[in-house]
Design a protein around this ligand. Structure first.
Ligand code: CP
Length: 351
């Protein structure tokens, strides 16, 4: 007997979800006056830390990303003839593919290393020597490495920009760019110089700032907008919530930080809930903060958005996917456009 055809194949493909249209990036684009000057300072620079960005650069990067997302037909192909070296020495779905998608969309070519065992590193070649070679083979390197220090070792030899795509437990600056771009697409008025009392956002961050690279980079970027984010509540059950001086530095930058362990009690007051419970440590991952979970049954505020850099574990239930709280898929989509914006600014273009 012929087996019945899968019913899914009889239906047309689903339409894009409401966070994937052009309306939101278009609104953001209209909200921000164009000023290319802050972006000129990024040309021919490496990006290792979220601390390298200024408030004005973030605003203009978000504007440029919104332009790429809202009016793709106007996107020129400035990276034709340029080669990206995409070196991922640790697994990745979103970061590698969105960087490569961004570079392709800008017209460039890509060489990809997804396994260091296929390079001289397997024979003991130093990162310094590998970096020296890369100078001759491409125009920009994107590196993910499980050690915090590898990127700094390569920087010593590189004469082309390198972008940190996650260095151990230290930072993931372009993830934080995708995060903040998503927040501003959700509510463009958060970018205003003076956000009115009562319109500022309260954020809950479920994670460990001392050891989660996504959280570490995000907190730096949030600290550039202290008037937009009324309070950042960290949900963490660990003893060592912050690294040495981290909390003091963020407070000095104006971030209003508080630590709590009572997630469900606080959820009804939070506008943005950022959850992430996976952290790479060495060659494997440890799951941090597993006691804090979100599902459709969680007492989320009406209109609140949930963000997660993904990959998720059971801390983020799939029954939230079909609710308006789901902004984590939008966040992954944002990554393409914000990386397009960043890459065009970093590569030295010869007009
Ligand atoms: N957000 C993120 O870094 O995802 P990947 O590990 O899939 O790149």
């Amino acid at each position: 007997m012929v087996s019945p055809i899968n019913p899914m194949l009889k239906e047309p493909l689903p339409e894009k979800d409401s966070t994937a249209g052009i309306e939101r990036p278009l609104a953001l684009l209209k909200h921000i006056p164009e000023d290319p000057v802050p972006l000129l300072g990024l040309a021919n620079h490496s990006i290792v830390s979220a601390r390298q960005f200024s408030h004005e650069q973030i605003v203009q990067l978000c504007r440029l990303a919104a332009k790429h997302e809202a009016v793709p037909v106007q996107t020129r192909r400035p990276l034709v003839g340029k080669i990206l070296i995409s070196a991922f020495y640790e697994p990745s779905t979103r970061t590698r593919l969105s960087f490569e998608s961004a570079w392709h969309r800008l017209g460039g070519d890509i060489m990809s290393i997804t396994d260091p065992a296929t390079t001289g590193i397997a024979k003991g070649e130093s990162l310094f020597d590998v970096a020296e070679m890369l100078n001759n083979y491409g125009d920009l390197v994107v590196l993910r490495e499980s050690s915090n220090d590898a990127i700094y070792e390569m920087l010593k030899a590189l004469r082309i920009p390198i972008v940190n795509a996650g260095n151990g437990t230290d930072e993931h600056p372009t993830q934080a760019l995708a995060d903040i771009y998503t927040m501003f697409k959700w509510r463009p008025e958060l970018m205003d110089e003076h956000v009115a009392e009562g319109h500022r956002a309260k954020i809950g961050v479920i994670g460990v700032p001392s050891r989660m690279r996504t959280v570490r980079s995000l907190l730096y970027l949030l600290s550039l907008f202290p008037r937009s984010f009324e309070e950042v509540v960290i949900f963490c059950g660990e003893d060592e919530v912050f690294a040495k001086n981290q909390r003091e530095n963020l407070k000095e930058l104006g971030l209003n930080l508080r630590v709590s362990t009572e997630l469900n009690k606080e959820l009804p007051n939070l506008d943005i809930v950022y959850i992430n419970s996976i952290a790479w440590v060495g060659d494997s991952y440890e799951e941090l903060g597993k006691e804090f979970k979100l599902s459709a049954a969680s007492p989320l505020k009406k209109g609140a958005i949930v963000m997660h850099p993904l990959a998720r574990g059971d801390e983020l239930a799939t029954d939230l996917d079909d609710t308006p709280h789901n902004w984590y898929f939008a966040q992954a989509r944002s990554a393409v456009f914000i990386r397009m914006a960043l890459l065009t600014c970093l590569v030295q273009l010869n007009w």
